[in-house]
Design a protein around this ligand. Sequence first.
Ligand code: UDP
Length: 485
Amino acid sequence: MVVSDQYSKKPHLAVLPSPGMGHIIPLLELSKRLVIHHGFHVSFLVITTEASAAQNQLLRSPTLPPDLHVIDLPPADVSHLITDDTLVLTHLCLIVRESLKPLRSILTQLDRPKALIIDPFTTEAFDVCRDLSIPVYSFFTPSTSLLAFSLYLPTLDREVEGEFVDMPEPVQVPGCTPMRTEDLLDQVRNRKNEEYKWFLYHVSRLKMATGIFANSWEDLEPVSLRALKQTRFFQDMPIPPVHSVGPLIKETEPLTESDKEIMTWLHKQPCESVLFVSLGSGGTLSTEQLTELASGLEMSQQRFVLVARRPTDASASAAFFNVGSDVNDPAAYLPEGFTKRTEGVGLVVPSWAAQVAVLRHRSTGGFLSHCGWNSSLESIVHGVPMIAWPLYTEQRMNATMLAEEVGVAMKPVARGGERVIGKEEIERVVRLVMEGEKGKVMRRRVKELQESARNALNHGGSSYDSLSLVAESWKDELAHEVLEM
Ligand code: UDP
């Protein structure tokens, strides 16, 4: 571990995300805001995992502000704890647990930061920080609707016998929109599973936080935010104060040579004419599904940028721990002749693309997304309607909310009993979103939310003010400490 000895005189915070771009990106954005807008010095503690090109690029970017120090924690060996069957969350939690064993000495070497900000899966920090008297804030990286579900889960766990997915009625989190059991996140679909135990363990500890940051804002998730603040159930628990500070999304990213080629291609396309197809940092499709998707895209005759990953029939989150590292030739697994036939209409890039740069481009008019929370926020912030293609974790919940409550996404459906979504359905939905009436309605709605997101984050907006309030309280405490010395 390299700890900088050049501590500035600014108040010092530490931030501790769990592995995965979906956790690292929003916590890094929060850190940047705390440095740039609120005058803090932030130590950003990174749990070392297998090399990931995309992650390295982000964390080593020369554009990071000077008071944001990225510190790599010593790597932990978990190879003896995992097998080929270990599911992604269990794997992640084991890495976190092993990596945080030296946390006490790390925080002590860092001269005890003013506060530590963790994410939903680094809650081991609560015990260490209690002993060191460091307040811990949790940045809940997924939706507020999942936050409400997570805070309710220990109660559900006590009251329900058997599997939640077998419940006859939707799950009713107090004050929230009922959640269909088929949309429940993977981690709670089998309670005998290790993943469920890990999930329950971490979310049960959320209550130990001094405050919870939600990556959302009132206009996007009014029902869940109100439920957490006003429902008797949550008031009685009681839960820590919830500060909605979102949408915090990646703002800039370094462009690789391949990204520059995408930009050059996008510059030549008409306004809002291109569908961006990308399934998050870890999403992969089966061979059969990838073939249908490519064929549906081709049949739709719409312009597209497709981020292609080598298909796998094993797990939809296969690329989670080595995002963007798999250099491959899409011609080897896309339908024969696909790239040639779609030349000029579509662009295929392997593994990874600078997603925010693509979504921000004026030629991008639709996003076929796995509905990870960061991707969903990025699409909304850039005013791009979505085709919802959920794959794993809580993405089905997000997809349903975006399609049915928020009105910015459309979900293609597999024909009764079939495992894959067919090419005809893909063609239909792509056309509807890119050139149909439905697309126009969704585009109008997403542009309203884009405006509302901008207002929330601007100086004097609700999210800006929520973060300022907490930041000021940290500084006030510091001022008191200095006076008392
Ligand atoms: N991302 C990207 N390029 C890609 C795929 C993903 O820049 O080709 C970024 C995306 O912009 C988002 C993050 O990776 O910020 C993925 O987070 P999300 O919560 O959407 O999903 P997860 O990958 O955690 O499932």
